[in-house]
Design a protein around this ligand. Sequence first.
Ligand SMILES: C[S@@+](CC[C@H](N)C(=O)[O-])C[C@H]1O[C@@H](n2cnc3c(N)ncnc32)[C@H](O)[C@@H]1O
Length: 348
Amino acid sequence: MKNKNNKSIDLDKFIYQSLYNKKDGYYMSKNPFGKKGDFITSANISIFFSEMLSIWILSFWENLNKPNKINIIDLGGGNGDLSKNILATLNKFPNFKNIYKLYIHEKSPLLKKKQKILIRDKNVSWVSDLRKIQKAPSLFIANEFFDALPVKQFLKNDKIWKERKVYLSKSKNWNFIDKETDINLLDKKIGFKISKDQNFLEISKVGIEYLNLISKIIKNNDGGVLIIDYGYYDKKMRNTLRGFANHKIVNILKYYKKCDITYSLSFNFLKKIAMKNNLKVAGLTTQGDFLKNMGILERAEIVSKNLSFTEKANIFYRLNKLISKNFMGEVFKVMLLTNNKSKFRIGF
Ligand SMILES: C[S@@+](CC[C@H](N)C(=O)[O-])C[C@H]1O[C@@H](n2cnc3c(N)ncnc32)[C@H](O)[C@@H]1O
């Protein structure tokens, strides 16, 4: 990114360039998934994760009284594992097989290409503008999608709010710099007083835009959005921004364009946005509890019944990663947002 006259750059713009610069942005130039990559998602760890989501999708559809059209939208397709495995399960249900459309929403051309090689199915298409999906009840699946969107940060010190920015020093190192800002403008933009009782704000403008658009689609067509992500319940927001490279946390300034940049979602903030948009929080729990409620342990028992000891061990090793408090079971939360009339609660 060119930075003339040593001017500071908004933090979210810096993150955007680091991840999505057309030429050499992190997500544009490499496949970061898997053991050899920088991180691994639940969908990459075990097929049971996608299977539980598929069963959840089918239950949601049944709860809507089995409409003859339904959209499933995979937000941020990653290496394609999630959609591929969801399709494999959904296509086993003859009543469902011919009535759903699965849309993959992916920004990175490189990952899109990989997804297209992996997934060939008449029910699947790629959509870059969510307004283009067919008019039908729509279920959005956001597994580690919102945490991949660029954020802004604001800090309060002695009653003065500052926005965190980034600048390139003469020695060509990126640094943070905090600049005074009028926080009322942010409150106004968001539509409620987000800065009230906070000393720190971490907010994704793009994330809010996505939630606003998704809320509109759900209100007009029915459906819901299932958000599965790193996050916390506390009312106070905190600084959670971090880089990931080679499965380790790294400094995002030093690893410009060389690391994934992520943050933990404030589920309290998401709830407020949902309520502003007239959606309700139909469920909120940890990933571990959600998957156990969906029957992941029973599924693993059935599948592993006639397998060798080593195969069984592998299945339960992976399962443990998904549901254990020491791994992804607790740091990942699951939130379902629906319109106010929905009574669907499965998984929570
Ligand atoms: C951490 S990965 C999650 C992948 C996948 N959902 C999974 O569970 O394995 C984030 C994905 O979101 C994509 N992404 C990030 N921002 C996006 C945007 N604005 N529009 C579409 N895709 C985006 C990235 O390219 C990447 O595929």
